[in-house]
Design a protein around this ligand. Structure first.
Ligand SMILES: [Zn+2]
Length: 140
């Protein structure tokens, strides 16, 4: 087994449209080239379970290259676009991008207004059982 050179390691990381990608061809979210978004991997490793199909990671501060755990939040893809529509409407920016400096404030508002405690509990239960299932099968 040869040592992995710096060049080889760098080959395994790239940026696509501002997202940091890692070469992990076995990952369940790998693209056709074998690359997976680093934020997905960070989130999954910090939680010890996989991100379900139909879910996406949102960057709370709007910086898509800031993949610290605290900056990541999982959303169903439909809630994710509903949230960004909400934020754009609040900011009055039409179809342009949400202003990054307001994203966290809008997120707090959106969560308070749209999610009841029962809805959150139902969501967590469904998510947990799906994740445990997938984790057991090690579909990663
Ligand atoms: Zn987002």
């Amino acid at each position: 087994m040869g040592k992995i050179t710096r060049e080889k390691r760098l080959d395994r990381v790239k940026s696509i449209r501002g997202y940091l990608m890692i070469y992990l061809p076995e990952h369940h979210r790998a693209d056709s080239q074998g690359y997976t978004k680093q934020h997905t991997v960070v989130r999954e490793e910090s939680r010890g379970r996989l991100l379900p199909d139909g879910w996406a990671i949102h960057h709370k501060n709007g910086d898509i290259s800031d993949n610290r755990c605290d900056n990541l939040r999982a959303f169903s893809t439909s809630d994710h676009s509903t949230f960004h529509n909400f934020a754009r409407r609040k900011a009055g920016v039409g179809l342009k991008a949400c202003p990054k400096n307001k994203l966290e404030v809008y997120l707090a508002e959106w969560e308070n207004r749209t999610l009841s405690d029962e809805a959150i509990d139902r969501m967590k239960d469904a998510l947990m059982s799906w994740c445990e299932d997938q984790w057991e099968k090690r579909k990663i």
